[in-house]
Design a protein around this ligand. Structure first.
Ligand code: ADP
Ligand code: MG
Length: 380
């Protein structure tokens, strides 16, 4: 079974063709066209610029992927596109293109949750079929999310950020320090030359069982040091130390909460992805912590940590191979929820009810900027 995947949820236009095999789903070809250079002058993603680029890129990338493989459109069995969450106008371009293609080819069209794609991408990257249960950690520009994945469409939220996403914190701190967008890779480069212990920056660990994240206090602390030390700002060593200390504070929280989540969920594996997972120090520290805790770490290579279409096609292909009909791609949903499972037969009903209850409980989490009161987050 070959599935063509299209991903346009934000500022990357990606097209991939995947094929299911008995033990895995493999990427036959993939092209990811990044728009970072176009958005850089604005210091962030401009939705209209992204939309126009997707519209320009898609009709070029789809034929190119097939040409690279010496295949024609007839060899596709199904088309999958990101349904949400993401920027509405960007999602619409990829989704509409995929629907038109599916109609023209008389093939099924599936809508895939972008976050489900990220949860699955470490398995795809390691050329293995997804193995439930596991804890998934997504660390990107838009999300910092810990998920207990019990099965396809059966996800429990263990924790998420109550303010900035980790990638967003990297981008905002970089902007403050006058570094270009996106900030993560810039801070990583500079941090290599600095001392991570130079500044005593705060780590937000509300209480032991709370798996939520908060990065706004850390961001404010960096701003405080920056503003109070006007004469030091031109000293490269001082900037190196500040970047290294900031990066270390983010990594400490991510690693500790991820290991804690695996213990609380009582699973054996941790699958991680998202753009921030390109950070080499974070990868190394997580690898070491998982080794020490006896956790099997499934890590995607950097190109599959960031947005890509292989993970979108792969989710549709793996679900089909597991006998699950993926969501039919009727429309986009910019706020598509990962935590509203559809019942799959009588056997699943009790489990789905329990998952819905858990996720409803985690919806009562504090609003932006609040610190979660003790005992509010209950985790399995
Ligand atoms: P989204 O899809 O939410 O926009 P991505 O998965 O594309 O996010 O990841 C982009 C984010 O990852 C940006 O915030 C960027 O700063 C961050 N990022 C990328 N590379 C690194 C790195 N090496 N270190 C830390 N953060 C990084
Ligand atoms: Mg993403």
């Amino acid at each position: 079974m070959r599935v063509l995947g299209i991903e346009t949820s934000c500022d990357e236009t990606a097209v991939a063709l995947v094929e299911t095999n008995p033990w895995s789903t493999d990427i036959l070809a993939q092209i990811v066209s990044s728009q970072i250079d176009l958005h850089r002058p604005y210091g962030g993603v401009v939705p209209e610029v992204a939309t126009r680029e997707h519209l320009r890129n898609l009709p070029l990338l789809v034929p190119q992927v097939l040409k690279d493989l010496n295949l024609t459109l007839d060899s596709i069995d199904a088309v999958a596109a990101t349904e949400g969450p993401g920027l509405a106008s960007s999602l619409l371009i990829g989704h509409s293109y995929a629907r038109a293609l599916a109609v023209a080819l008389s093939k099924p069209m599936f809508g895939v949750n972008h976050l489900e794609g990220h949860l699955y991408s470490p398995f795809l990257a390691n050329r293995r079929s997804v193995e439930f249960p596991f804890v998934g950690l997504i660390v990107s520009g838009g999300h910092t999310l810990l998920v207990h994945a019990l099965g396809w469409d059966r996800y429990i939220k263990l924790g998420s950020t109550v303010d900035d996403a980790a990638g967003e914190a990297f981008d905002k701190v970089a902007k403050l320090l006058g570094l270009p967008y996106p900030g993560g890779p810039e801070i990583e480069k500079i941090a290599l030359k600095g001392n991570p212990e130079a500044f005593g920056l705060p780590r937000s660990f509300p209480e032991r069982d709370n798996l939520n994240f908060s990065f706004s206090g850390l961001k404010t602390a960096v701003r405080f040091f920056h503003e109070k030390s006007a004469q030091m700002r031109n000293d490269p060593e001082w900037i190196n130390d500040l970047c290294a200390s900031f990066q270390k504070a983010v990594i400490d929280v991510l690693v500790r909460k991820a290991v804690q989540a695996v213990a609380q969920a009582r699973v054996e594996r941790l699958a991680v992805s998202g753009g921030v997972m390109c950070n080499k120090t974070l990868r190394d520290e997580l690898e070491f912590a998982c080794y020490e805790a006896g956790i099997e770490l499934i890590l995607a290579e950097p190109s599959l940590c960031t947005d890509n279409a292989g993970m979108i096609a792969g989710v549709a292909a793996e679900k089909l191979a597991a006998g699950i009909e993926p969501r039919c791609g009727d429309d986009i949903n910019p706020n598509l929820n990962l935590f509203s499972p559809e019942p799959h037969g009588d056997m699943a009903r009790g489990l789905n009810a329990a998952i819905k209850l858990k996720n409803r409980q985690s919806k009562q989490l504090p609003e932006e900027g609040d610190v979660a009161p003790a005992g509010e987050v209950e985790v399995w």
